[in-house]
Design a protein around this ligand. Structure first.
Ligand code: NDP
Length: 403
């Protein structure tokens, strides 16, 4: 039975805390810490078991180290924001415990996310005999594990990868993002990059789209090509990949609102002076948008996230589609959250389980595809994210059309 510190009491933090509480045999003692203590206490009040809560500013390493020294966890699950990744990694090294997150570091003043800053910690974690697991959400996270699973069980070599993230849910509001609005809008408005023949090719944001028919009657959606962080680690660790792309569905309504917000300057991340104070327009926008953690009660419909992985098996072309379908309303009934927080929080808990149970061992900084996919895939079925594999025939056409 281990002690675990969860940092970040947002939409994802709520799910991770509920899921850890559901496994007392692994997570013996839990502390949920965040910038706003009342948010930790509100989550703690809805659990069937007592946990500790604490206030911490995760931008401040000495404050983090003091909390680690007083609670003495074996592992920190970081579900605060990507801006805090490096300070939390520094604190884990200084105190001496394992680390896990769901999104890679990005600097506040530049909408640019890359693994290089966190990969640079590899030797320090290795020398300390500590494990840092990066990107243990759904995408990145489960999508990396799906790719490793396809390679282990279905293919001798992986050549092409399409990760397709469809949110077929509807929250009934004019405009809301399904995870932290600031991080979400920075990601969606960034230039697209996809991997083709040995390099990343940059194209304007959301300039390529297709229609995709989800399995299980989830529906047919327009999906847009965009850059996503798992592409960077997957092409590094699976060097046979010739093409790797990431696609996400957006409704026309979401895109119309986003276009207006961009046109009027509300998505800017440089400071502007307002009434004598510096404000960042995107941070102000976040403050007036709905909190994604509150969308659970009104969101209906399903998500369908998965990978089409193409390659060769015994010198013949072969493709598989591995996917999960998740129902927003079922998630709300179980933990009080919508499916985007759920599909992120459950893999974060399972990643923690892999480290604490010793199913995944390592000293250094690792991405999910570097680990054995089998024990993780088994736990997805147990903890609420069951998956399916379809072997595709050459005649199967999941992409209905280029638009
Ligand atoms: P939220 O904004 O709902 O929650 C973030 C929490 O972190 C808030 O409670 C916030 O505190 C807290 N926080 C922010 N800054 C600090 C700080 N300096 N010190 C302490 N706590 C802080 O975000 P989500 O729950 O939607 O997302 C959490 C993470 O999950 C993000 O990094 C996001 O990118 C990632 N994510 C990953 C996905 C994946 O599939 N891999 C998918 C979706 C999200 P306060 O409440 O006071 O603001």
């Amino acid at each position: 039975m281990a002690k675990v510190l969860i940092i970040g009491a947002g939409g994802v933090g709520r799910v991770v805390t509920h899921k850890c509480v559901q496994s007392p045999d692994v997570f013996g003692e839990i502390c949920l810490a965040s910038r706003t203590l009342s948010k930790c206490d509100a989550i703690a009040a809805g659990l069937g078991r007592k946990i500790h809560t604490a206030r911490v500013n995760a931008d401040n390493v000495p404050e983090l180290v003091a909390l680690l020294k007083s609670f003495q966890p074996e592992l920190v699950i970081n579900v605060a924001l990507p801006y805090q990744d490096l300070t939390i990694m520094d604190a884990c090294l200084e105190y001496g415990c394992h680390y896990l997150d769901t999104a890679n570091y990005e600097p506040r003043d530049e909408a640019k996310f890359e693994y290089k800053w966190q990969w640079e910690y590899h030797d320090r974690f290795k020398d300390a005999g500590l494990f840092a697991l990066l990107g243990s959400g759904f995408d990145p996270g489960v999508t990396n594990v799906f790719t490793a699973y396809a390679l282990k069980h279905y293919l001798d070599e992986v050549h092409e990868l399409d990760i397709i993230d469809v949110n077929g849910g509807d929250h009934g509001l004019h405009f809301a993002t399904n995870f932290n609005p600031e991080i979400n809008i920075r990601e969606v408005t960034a230039a697209c990059r996809h991997w083709e023949n040995g390099s990343f090719i940059e194209t304007p944001a959301l300039s390529a789209k297709k229609t995709f028919e989800c399995p299980g009657g989830v529906g047919t959606y327009t999906i847009y090509r965009m850059y996503h962080e798992e592409l960077e680690s997957l092409v590094k660790h699976i060097p046979t990949l010739r093409k790797a792309r990431f696609w996400m569905s957006f409704s026309d309504n979401y895109l119309r609102h986003l276009e207006v917000l961009q046109n009027v300057g509300m998505t800017r991340i440089d400071p502007v002076i307002y009434n004598g104070h510096e404000i960042i327009p995107l941070q102000f926008l976040k403050a007036v948008l709905p909190d994604p953690g509150d969308l659970g009660k009104s969101t209906k419909g399903r998500t369908c996230i998965g990978n089409i992985v193409k390659g060769i098996k015994e010198n013949r072309g072969k493709s598989v589609y591995i996917y999960n379908i998740c129902n927003h309303e079922d998630c709300f009934r179980e933990v009080g959250s919508q499916a985007i927080s759920y599909t992120t929080g459950v893999p974060a808990m399972i990643g923690a389980l892999m480290i604490l149970s010793g199913a995944w061992k390592g000293a250094g900084v690792f991405n999910m595809e570097q680990m054995d996919p089998d024990p993780f895939m088994e736990k997805l079925n147990i903890y609420g994210l069951p998956w399916k594999v379809r072997e595709l025939q050459p005649s199967d056409s999941y992409f209905k059309s280029d638009i």
